[in-house]
Ligand binder design. Structure first.
Ligand code: SAM
Length: 241
């Protein structure tokens, strides 16, 4: 997968050199380039923002550097899926991460200040898919943290990136539920024991316990997820839980 990130703070993306993403880049599974938007400015101050049309607080990112950046990085005919982090975007979910992991080329436009002039997104959507995507119902300083989160969520789904791909199957949000609690050794710690069933070696009982715990946790913490599960996703034993 090819990934381009355009930002006024390239240093913010440095963690993408670390850990499993760093290894995926070194192994050639992911090719990731971070571009400084100010490269496409032409004044001595390298200005990327201006006052809002119609008045109001804050500054808006000017369209010209963005237009030039996208022209330079996407000369065509192949185009990326352009993702624009925004608190006004559609909520980013695991289902979306799965879809994005199958795409060959993603580009990210990181907003700062009060965001990017809307005409940049309108013009881009004439020649490539554009999605405004939100990390959650809160406001960050800029799109960079959202890019770190989205790139992690997407790239870990690409075959070869995770050491043990089987771990993806039982994770939270994979089957619409939150994952059951996890334990490791020692069997007893600080007066607290690992649940007996997990020490039983009885595979079917362990699976049933994990499923019940996942259902209970989801009901307690995210009833919205449980309500959204299709009926056929629950078996008879689930309904007894
Ligand atoms: N004026 C914008 C609004 O009210 O919708 C908020 C701008 S915010 C201060 C600056 C930038 O941070 C945004 O352009 C976006 O790139 C990023 N950002 C802030 N909150 C975000 C969120 N919840 N999800 C994704 N990106 C976010």
């Amino acid at each position: 997968m090819k990934i381009d990130v355009i930002t006024v703070f390239p240093e913010y993306l440095a963690p993408l050199d670390l850990s499993l993403i760093g290894r995926a880049r070194r192994d050639g599974i992911v090719s990731l380039d971070v571009h400084d938007l100010r490269r496409w400015t032409h004044d001595i101050h390298r200005t990327v923002d201006d006052t809002p049309a119609g008045g109001g607080a804050g500054m808006i990112m000017r369209p010209e550097p963005w237009g030039e950046a996208l022209d330079a990085l996407v000369p065509g005919p192949e185009v990326p899926h352009l993702l624009v982090p925004s608190p006004a975007g559609v909520p980013f979910t695991q289902a979306q991460a799965v879809r994005l992991a199958a795409e060959p080329w993603l580009a990210f436009a990181c907003g700062r200040y009060e965001g990017i002039d809307q005409r940049v997104l309108d013009a881009a959507s004439d020649r490539m898919p554009v999605t405004e995507v939100s990390l959650g119902d809160y406001v960050l300083f800029g799109g960079e943290v959202a890019v770190l989160a989205i790139v992690e969520a997407v790239t870990r789904l690409i075959p070869g990136v995770l050491g043990n791909a089987a771990s993806l199957a039982e994770e939270s949000h994979n089957d619409g539920l939150l994952e059951a609690p996890s334990y490791t050794k020692p069997a007893s710690w600080d007066g607290r024991d690992v649940p007996e069933v997990l020490m039983s070696g009885h595979h079917a009982r362990i699976q049933r316990w994990r499923r019940d715990q996942a259902l209970l946790r989801t009901a307690q913490r995210r009833p919205d997820l449980l309500a959204a599960l299709p009926k056929e996703a629950l078996d008879r034993a689930d309904r007894r839980c």
